[in-house]
Design a binder for this molecule. Sequence first.
Ligand code: C2E
Ligand code: MG
Ligand code: MG
Ligand code: MG
Length: 292
Amino acid sequence: QAKQVSRDTYVFHTPEMIERVNTRVEIEKDLRHAIEREEFLLYYQPRIDLVTGRITGLESLIRWQHPSKGLVMPGNFIDVAEASGLIVPMGEWALDTACRQTQAWRKRGLIDFPVAVNVSIAQLKRKTFVQSVETILRRYELPASSIEIEITESLLLEDADLFARQIRDLKDLGLFIAIDDFGTRYSNLNYLKKLPVDTLKIDQSFVHDIDRTASDAAICRSIIALAQNLNLRTVGEGVERYSELAYLRQFGCDDMQGFLLCRPQPQELIERQLNRTFDLHGQASEVGEILT
Ligand code: C2E
Ligand code: MG
Ligand code: MG
Ligand code: MG
């Protein structure tokens, strides 16, 4: 098929290409509506202390309640949201919603730990970002220390100076700062020295099978040692088996996050978990056995 792009330019598309382009365009169009109609919701997943079994934080994770497709996971739309700039209003919605929920839980005395919000590069790039965080905190009368901002490592390598400034401003306000998916990008440890980071979240690709893969174990152990020397807290992400949990604890990792102990859940379900002490020594080895 030939399609006329401008008066004398023809571009040839294979059917697959048309499909792919339509899909992205469709998602973007859908996303615009979704933002207007507020079709998003937040799930929450606990971060659990590997010594006490108590919750030390909750990570908010966006979901899209699509009118015909059902619950859509962020892996299916975050890329499009970032490429189209729609991540900015979407991220603002997520931050506002997480803060409103945090205020409600704190008022009921249900939490005394921070709630984490994932922030993407397009949000942090904007000069007004820190200001908007401040405005939202004030709106809900929240201390800044009740919120943690999770930033992926890739983001820090793009324009180090601009981001360093934004992160320092967030830290000056009193927010906690976590580096997400740590270890997955080209290593530039320089920012760890320069930035006021509180937490390193070890990427799940290293945690998964840490008990069966010597190189993963070596990487996790090294990240934990590095973090300890820099006085940072560590979180092992994506823990699905007790044996993985045992390795992390043995290496001195502070917290875990993973399907093994608690999946991300909507507000009304996670509320019932908030005061639990989780069992860190279970015998079950498969995720399915311990989900309830
Ligand atoms: P992330 O921030 O690294 O979040 C952790 C992801 O790992 C979540 O996927 C979570 O459901 C999943 N996970 C937790 N435990 C396990 C486990 O034991 N096994 C496995 N296989 N996975 C586990 P989710 O919710 O699909 O989110 C994917 C990514 O989308 C997030 O990765 C984050 O980068 C992005 N994201 C989610 N919510 C937001 C948001 O509100 N704003 C922005 N900008 N990005 C978001
Ligand atoms: Mg995260
Ligand atoms: Mg991660
Ligand atoms: Mg692995």
